[in-house]
Design a protein around this ligand. Sequence first.
Ligand code: SF4
Ligand code: MG
Length: 294
Amino acid sequence: MATQTTQVKQIYTSGVKPVWCPGCGDYGVQVAILKAITELSLDKSSTLLVSGIGCSSAMPHVFSTYGIHSIHGRVLPVATGAKFANDDLTVIGTTGDGDAYGIGVAHLIHAARRNIDITYIVMNNQIYGLTTGQASPTSLVGAKTKSTPFGDIEEPVNPIALAISSGATFVARGFSGDPAHLAELIKQGIVHKGFALIDVFSPCVTFNTLNTYDWFRQRIYKLDATHDASNLASAFDKATEAERSNWAKIPIGIFYNIDKPTYSELDVALKKGSTIKQPQHTKEQVQELIDENK
Ligand code: SF4
Ligand code: MG
């Protein structure tokens, strides 16, 4: 996490109205992000939101921080580049399950194992909403969607277990129907030094008729102090509880939270400071390097 300030009142909203359907879970995530960055008093000129493609990827538009609405599945490469270029930035990825766990899933694995100091908020509605309701990587077996009219036959990706096994050092899950709880997770994810995944159940009220707010409210429970988030075995146990209980019990909260050096702390070049803090080469020096390597 980077710069905070308490001296200037920060106005974090841009005035751009989200284009989401009434009742979309992404509104709850918007509220939670706003609450989290307000309570952390982040300097908005040092805060960057990066999104991909999908309904939830409109998120950077509604904030007055810096924002990049990037391309499908490439939130993490863009966020990684920004963080390496300027380590003072608080970099937050905001995207959906199709983007993060489908086309972009390889980037999740590699950003996690590198422990890059960014926070990745994935609005998981278990469907492709923007393209009007096809099965996504997290759709449940049996889910009837436009692309699976007889019920989905594929096992869903488990983002919590995937992130933990890939080396993420902070892994949490929230629910957009409880923005106050989610805001706490986002705050802790931002403050955490290293890669933080926050998967958020964020219902698509238009196209997902299975995983509704009520469906979640009947099943979710909050992890409490009895769960040791520093213990890998306990983290995996909780990460797989929803699947093992056939989605009867779905834990939310912090599954895993450990301290490890970040990529930037270990890398020979980045240890000297992020790119903007290192001396710039002159044109002549650049030409010399090119000539040497011809
Ligand atoms: Fe939200 Fe679904 Fe509407 Fe997209 S289609 S804005 S995910 S409710
Ligand atoms: Mg989706």
